[in-house]
Design a protein. Structure first.
Length: 156
């Protein structure tokens, strides 16, 4: 009986690959349970992310304030007004308003208003948005206005 070595050479690696891919039923069940647990955890985390995103609103400050200013413009107030119904419904919530820096140097007019640098300007912007919310009947448990720098290269 003649053995065709070429055929054997093709079959042996294939057989080895098939055997290597085999797992016991117990191992398969364990991996299935781990996969299901990972999927459940991912779904729970997605739900938490969705809730956080649902309660996070971003409004471009360039729409709210004049360049170098800290009082909301009429169009800026209009942009904020779209959030009023939802904000008024919050009673035991913490509302955080972030004001961002301007990229202009603080001039004499702002200095005379007590604004020494752009961090002060961003804080004043946030505080004025909070004050506007309160003037429109938004009364959550806590309001917080906070100034932040847009980027490290923003001018002081």
């Amino acid at each position: 009986m003649a053995i065709n070595l070429a055929k054997v050479a093709r079959i042996v690696p294939l057989a080895a690959l098939m055997l290597a891919a085999c797992v016991s039923e117990q191992k398969y069940e364990q991996q299935t349970q781990e996969l299901q647990a990972a999927r459940a955890q991912a779904a729970a985390e997605q739900s938490q992310i969705a809730k956080k995103q649902e309660n996070t609103w971003v409004v471009a400050g360039d729409q709210l304030f004049p360049e170098g200013g800290y009082q909301p413009t009429p169009s800026g107030k209009q942009a904020l007004d779209q959030y009023m119904p939802r904000l008024r419904s919050l009673h035991n919530a913490k509302v955080v308003v972030y004001g961002y820096t301007d990229n202009l140097l603080v001039g004499p007019a702002l200095r005379s208003a007590g604004i020494a640098n752009n961090i002060d300007l961003s804080s004043k912007r946030a505080d004025n948005v909070v004050a506007y919310f309160e003037s429109q009947g938004v009364k959550p448990k806590h309001h917080l206005g906070q100034g932040v720098r847009r980027d490290p290269s923003a001018r002081a």
